[in-house]
Design a protein. Structure first.
Length: 277
């Protein structure tokens, strides 16, 4: 991009991005914003930053493309094994016991900020293995990046991306294809991928487990609180929230209960209500 991102430009674009996504750009990552703006200007054939700014205001698709470009989509299968140990050994037994009492055998899970799909597929493997009959599972996975969602929906990964997947799961839930591995249809059919911006309501209801890891770290305090409150509102009366290892609700006024298991830290919603599906 010709020229340097001026203070005025940085203020305009960082504010616009924040308003549309909750993503906060500080001076420390100013250079990242400058690089991404240069890439999008070239792709959209805009002559300068002023033209591009006006173009963004009138073009929602380009706004999505810009937000896609500024998001970080680093992920891997079974990232933070402690969380998956907690899911398997604490959350699933707890939910099964609670739902058995309420005669509700359906578990709804949301992977928010799913990137290229490794997280929701990892969750699906565990639920397939550990959720007892007659329980059923519904997995919704969403992200701000359309490019990442396309990869996730395909469910095809190079061999080096399967690092961390237990060999038994590789043999059972993947098919060798060309130079990589394809997630089998039985697992793919458990996961519904969709575009969603956490800045807005999801439209979901009665969610039993929310994974939103390494996402709200990019938000400022106000945006973090708004997202967490929206999670609370759409979650079931007895449900669980997983955040990234560097993310915390400490100091944030929420109704979530802090839960420390033998493997990790998570958050629980518990109310006296009774929810259905």
């Amino acid at each position: 991009m010709a020229g340097i991102l001026t203070d005025r430009d940085f203020s305009l674009f960082s504010k616009l991005i924040y308003e549309h996504s909750g993503i906060h750009f500080s001076q420390m990552n100013r250079s990242i914003l400058e690089t991404r703006l240069g890439e999008r200007m070239k792709q959209s054939a805009q002559a300068n930053l002023d033209h591009y700014y006006r173009y963004l205001l009138s073009n929602q698709e380009e706004m999505k493309m810009l937000l896609d470009s500024v998001t970080t989509n680093l992920t891997r299968f079974f990232r933070n094994t402690g969380h998956f140990e907690t899911l398997e050994k604490f959350v699933i037994p707890d939910l099964v016991a609670y739902k058995t009492k309420t005669r509700n055998t359906h578990v709804r899970i949301w992977s928010a900020g799913c990137a290229t799909g490794e997280e929701p597929y990892s969750i699906a493997f565990v639920m397939k293995e550990k959720l007892p009959r007659p329980f059923t599972v519904e997995l919704i996975a969403s992200d701000l990046s359309l490019k990442s969602l396309m990869i996730a929906q395909q469910g095809y990964y190079p061999e080096n991306k399967l690092e961390g997947v237990p060999p038994a799961y590789v043999a059972k839930y993947f098919e060798k294809k060309d130079q990589g591995y394809q997630v089998i249809s039985e697992i793919k059919n458990l996961v519904k991928f969709d575009y969603h911006n956490l800045k807005y309501d999801s439209g979901l209801k009665h969610v039993d487990i929310v994974f939103c890891r390494n996402v709200i770290i990019y938000f400022d305090e106000a945006a973090q609180k708004a997202v967490v409150n929206r999670f609370w509102n759409i979650m079931s009366p007895h449900s669980f929230l997983f955040l990234g290892h560097s993310e915390s609700l400490f100091g944030m006024h929420t109704s979530f209960e802090f839960v420390k298991t033998n493997w990790s830290v998570i958050y629980r919603k518990f109310t006296d209500e009774r929810g259905g599906n």
